[in-house]
Design a protein around this ligand. Structure first.
Ligand code: KG4
Ligand code: ZN
Length: 346
């Protein structure tokens, strides 16, 4: 595979990721240092702690990625970095490192939107030689579900995004994490709820939220419903059926995500739907969407779980296309905590 070899840095939240990606598709190294164990002690991310950990781990992660890819500075064509959205202290660590590398090694700098990275995880492969898997075709419907975002995005072409709908309150991952805390499960709630729900019978059917926008989502009412359910067991002095409540909650979130995604796919005549973001690692979501889309004659694209949660390779994938389009940042690149995708006017 040919194309630019890009060093990609991701430090927007609590994962430190450094990758080497060729041609926006082929991973040569994808090192991730995670702070999950540290944040488990506080039951959530403390931004200042996350930033300090980024500072501590970014150089060892960089060194490990370069060693694994077996490349030196001269082998690289560009350095890319997430410049938003995310936590400001965490973002600054990666942005500052990328700028320093760009200046010191005279490498072009490419700024990448973290959400765009989650979408481009669908372009990644580890295949070293031989024919590449086919690229996703446009128009592509993307469901981005992470700790900070829940968006249905119609991608008309590289870099051309139309926002169809989004959450009006909590992000899907945020809902998983908050309900995980309610059920006294370990942080982060997403994988913990998913594990607890395996094989469990849902205790109830939680109501599905109504939203004004046809493709919007709402999860805060569901969180309140879970709290009410937990409180009812507590008041009756009964043990809380954590697994069954986890299953009922997961079913409600997945149903909401799948229903709106399938409707949007049908309405917009796309050939395929791509999943991205940490919640895309969820087994029930993957299986449900796959089944419902298949029934419509549509394909589901979904990266392996390790490429769904934050990592450097997805930033290298998005950077490959930004680089090819001539996108270059310079020393004035800033970290933008509330950066959004560049929406097409609808
Ligand atoms: O994309 P990501 O790594 O970071 C952000 O950009 O936010 O997503 C993290 C989110 C967390 O809320 C976590 O609970 C959720 O993804 N998550 C999951 C699963 N694995 C991670 N949610 C549901 N099921 C999972 N298996
Ligand atoms: Zn993310």
């Amino acid at each position: 595979m040919t194309g630019p070899r890009i060093l990609a840095i991701e430090s927007s939240c609590d994962e430190t990721g450094v990758a080497v990606v060729v041609g926006g598709r082929r991973i040569e190294a994808n090192q991730v240092a995670t702070q999950v164990a540290l944040h488990a002690a506080t039951g959530g991310i403390v931004p200042e702690v996350a930033a300090r950990q980024q500072l501590r781990w970014i150089i060892p992660t960089l060194a490990a990625a370069l060693e694994l890819a077996d490349v030196g500075w001269d082998d690289l064509d560009a350095v890319a970095v997430t410049y938003g959205p995310g936590l400001i202290g965490s973002l600054l660590v990666g942005v500052n490192l990328a700028k320093a590398i760009s200046v010191a090694h005279d490498l072009p700098l490419v700024g990448v939107n973290h959400i765009e990275g989650h979408i481009y995880a669908n372009w990644l492969t580890e295949i070293a030689d031989g024919p590449m898997p086919a690229e996703p075709e446009f128009p592509l419907l993307c469901l981005v579900v992470s700790g900070g975002h829940t968006q249905l995005v119609l991608m008309h072409d590289h870099g051309r995004y139309e926002l169809l709908g989004q959450t009006v309150d909590d992000a899907a991952g945020e809902a998983f994490d908050k309900v995980g805390r309610l059920l006294e499960l370990p942080y982060p709630g997403g994988p913990a709820i998913s594990d607890a729900a395996v094989g469990a019978t849902p205790t109830t059917r939680f109501p599905r939220a109504r939203t004004k926008g046809r493709y919007d989502f709402s999860f805060s009412g569901l969180k309140t419903a879970v709290l009410r359910e937990v409180t009812a067991y507590r008041e009756r002095g009964e043990p809380i059926p954590v697994d069954g409540i986890a299953a009922a909650f997961e079913e409600a979130v997945v149903d909401a995500l799948a229903t709106k995604t399938v409707a949007a796919a049908r309405d917009h005549g796309v050939a395929a739907v791509a999943l991205g973001g940490g919640v895309a690692a969820n087994r029930v979501l993957r299986a449900t969407l796959d089944q419902r889309l298949r029934a419509e004659g549509l394909a589901l694209l979904v990266p392996p779980p390790a490429w769904c949660t934050d990592n450097g390779a997805m930033i290298g994938a998005a950077a490959g296309y930004r680089y090819a389009a001539g996108d270059r940042a310079d020393a004035s690149l800033e970290a933008i905590p509330n950066l959004s995708l560049p929406w097409l006017a609808s």
